[in-house]
Design a protein around this ligand. Structure first.
Ligand code: T6T
Length: 325
């Protein structure tokens, strides 16, 4: 069920016993730094974070760059650190390259929580070891499991046999690396399925569409594709349409932008795995306020998925998880 603002607020207060910060005479400033600002996934996360911030009486600002790229994100982060907010919620765009800049935030006394993506190798923080152990919490989907769900859905859609490939962003991003990992591990269980080399599109759906056409040209018997994030999936779906392969080449999409409704209804996309970014944003704010109030917060929090297909896409409870734009 979609959480309304009121339910969300009651939920937040009950979960960690928070009283609005303003009521305690404190006005905390929290900055949410997304992977990029124009992605429906992060726009939806922002809404969840803003709703929670309003209820908890803290100031939330959204500062990011136009590309999912550490060379764009790091200067944004450095500028945010210079303004010394109380807490930073960030979706790091690279597992390694954001470690040192975020350490500088921590050294400046800013509480650091990562949302969606993590730094380091595992997403397990506060273990007492490793260079990327210092963020207080990681709030996200279980991306290995999401990749497994995608593999099972695609295997079913193609009758457990044929050639498939992963359309992915680029190596080094925790979320999409883990989705590909889970997908490939699960596909090993299907002896009739061949996983072709991954195509990396740099988060550019046009590139993903051209790559689809090129893979199809080399493999006329291509059976399916897994689009490992919003732009990869949109590109794969557009490639399928342009090649006249709607329904013949199956598509499993990660993420659920508004275009997903049409693509599911017209048969271009078989399954979409929607994340719950609004909950990530809300939980991130809740944890930041709890940490600022001196409470211990869990080092990890998993949000769920809503799997969308033709059978449920008209259900308002399912549509509630379509991303904002
Ligand atoms: O899939 C999401 C997010 O989880 C990932 O880390 C980056 O891509 C998206 O923002 C979708 O574009």
């Amino acid at each position: 069920m979609k959480k309304t603002g009121t339910w969300l607020a009651i939920g937040l207060v009950l979960t960690v016993g928070l009283t609005p910060a303003a009521a305690q005479g404190k006005k905390y400033t929290i900055v949410l730094i997304p992977g990029l600002t124009t992605d429906g996934f992060y726009i939806t996360m922002r809404k969840g974070a803003e709703d929670a911030a309003k209820k908890l009486g803290v100031t939330l600002s959204f500062q990011g760059g136009p590309e999912f790229n550490p060379t764009v994100q790091i200067p944004v982060l450095n500028a945010v650190i210079a303004r010394k907010p109380d807490a930073i919620l960030i979706a790091p765009t690279d597992k390694q390259q954001l470690i040192a800049p975020l350490r500088a935030a921590q050294a400046a006394g800013i509480k650091v929580i990562t949302v969606d993506t993590f730094i380091g190798d595992s997403g397990k923080y506060q273990t007492g070891s490793g260079a990327a152990d210092f963020p207080l919490s990681y709030v996200a989907s279980d991306n290995v499991e999401g990749g497994r769900v995608a593999a099972r859905a695609l295997a079913k859609a193609i009758g457990n046999k044929g050639k498939v490939y992963v359309s992915n962003v680029k190596p080094g991003i925790s979320t999409t690396d883990q989705r590909e990992q889970g997908f490939k591990e699960e596909m090993k269980k299907f002896s009739g399925i061949t996983v072709l080399p991954t195509q990396y599109n740099d988060n550019d759906s046009n590139k993903a569409a051209s790559q689809f056409a090129a893979v199809l040209a080399r493999n006329a018997d291509l059976a399916g594709v897994f689009g490992a994030n919003l732009f990869s999936a949109q590109g794969a779906a557009n490639g399928v349409k342009t090649s006249g392969k709607t329904g013949a080449v199956k598509v499993v999409a990660f993420d659920a932008p508004e275009s997903i409704v049409n693509d599911i209804k017209n048969g271009t996309i078989d399954i979409a795995i929607a994340q719950h970014p609004a909950e990530m944003g809300a939980k991130g704010v809740e944890y930041a306020v709890a940490a600022l109030s001196g409470k211990k917060i869990p080092a990890q929090y998993g949000t769920g998925y809503t799997v969308m297909d033709k059978s449920n896409i008209d259900d308002p409870k399912v549509q509630a998880f379509i991303y904002s734009s």
